[in-house]
Design a protein around this ligand. Structure first.
Ligand code: COI
Length: 357
């Protein structure tokens, strides 16, 4: 299948932001989008790039009622050499298919999605910001479109990709954030949808996210749903704890998102000879390590968040400052190394980046 392109007219073009420091995250979109439809008789068909614009959907569309949808988040980077690069993008589309599987959505052709992404990014390449830490965020999404309010898998779907220039996800930029462990709400339980990237997981997080904000923290630190003791992940990031020289993160238990940046962090640490462990880690162990001075660093990882240092953890009224509250050397090294790979400025020992122009 060929991805057809209908470029927008000159008068449909929007102004491209000129001040990268004002980009923020997730509010600006380029001139074009990709879309493709699914029907049982035709499978996925009609892949095309069209002017960015509203979708026309029946108010009975199943996605609007039962949330049968999946999405991804990935980025394109413009290097100082002018090159445009994608980072581990096939991994994102493979994960999208695993999410599809969980939500009973027909899988997508990874090669076609890669081709669609490449064409879309290159068509709107002038929108890719060049400042360090800024990039073009790519949001592939699949939604259930049957006009039917019975509970069943939809027969028809719409896949689309929208893209837009972004700066740092957190207003703090690459500065440490505070996280707040929820003792009341849980994100996911094994067997649920926690492993899938689907909107419902994020809708379910909003209440706790607001509670965290009210307490003055950037994000929620989720504990496991059964024992409410073991750390799982943070609102939009996986999470790492450096304790006594060793970096610990939650194993992929089935209830947490298998982050691609998480995997990149683990592989870089192994490459550098820094010991890592994927094991269950309780919030009490973290507080004890903090009190004994053994908790050296805490940082999150994610496509949007890149590597984000954590300065403080709150749990049941207790507050723990991580180290001296400033960005630790390991978080900085990871952030700088990952960025250097993404912008084509450093060695890419794992061949993670593909230059597309
Ligand atoms: C990403 O890191 O790309 C994500 O999808 C997180 C998002 C929900 C902002």
């Amino acid at each position: 299948m060929e991805v057809q392109i209908t470029p927008c007219r000159e008068d449909q073009r929007k102004p491209i932001p000129t001040d990268d420091s004002q980009l923020g995250f997730g509010r600006i979109f380029t001139d074009h989008m990709f879309r493709m439809s699914y029907e049982p008789e035709r499978g996925w068909h009609d892949p095309r790039i069209v002017p960015f614009g509203p979708l026309s959907l029946s108010p009975a569309s199943m996605v609007l009622h039962y949330g049968q949808e999946v999405f991804e988040g990935l980025k394109a980077y413009r290097g100082r050499d002018g090159g445009v690069r994608l980072f581990r993008h096939r991994d994102n589309f493979e994960r999208l298919n695993r999410s599809c599987e969980r939500l009973v959505i027909p899988p997508l052709d990874v090669d076609l999605m890669v081709e669609a992404t490449r064409k879309l990014v290159l068509l709107d390449r002038e929108w890719i910001p060049g400042s360090p830490g800024c990039s073009l965020y790519i949001r592939p999404t699949v939604i259930a479109t049957d006009p039917y309010v019975g509970v069943a898998p939809s027969q028809t779907y719409l896949c689309f990709i929208i893209i837009g220039p972004v700066g740092a996800y957190y207003p703090e930029g690459f500065n440490p954030v505070g996280i707040w462990a929820s003792s009341e709400y849980v994100r996911a339980v094994r067997g649920g949808m926690g492993e899938a990237k689907t909107g419902g997981n994020y809708a379910g997080s909003l209440k706790a996210q607001m509670a965290a904000r009210e307490e003055g923290y950037a994000q929620v630190l989720w504990l496991d749903a059964l024992e409410r003791r073991y750390v799982e992940e943070v609102g939009t990031m996986n999470i790492f704890f450096k304790i006594d020289g060793e970096v610990v993160t939650s194993p992929l238990t089935g209830s947490i998102l298998p982050g691609i940046t998480r995997d990149s962090v683990l592989r870089l640490l192994a490459h550098w000879g820094i010991p890592t462990q994927e094991r269950r880690l309780s919030i009490d162990e973290i507080f004890e390590a903090g009190k004994e001075g053994a908790l050296e660093e805490v940082f999150g990882s994610g496509t949007a968040a890149i590597v984000t240092p954590v300065k403080e953890i709150a749990y049941k009224g207790d507050r723990l400052t991580v180290g001296d509250g400033s960005t630790g050397p390991l978080a900085r090294r990871l952030y700088e190394t990952i960025l250097a790979i993404q912008y084509g400025e450093g060695d890419d020992p794992f061949g993670w980046c593909e230059r597309i122009d």
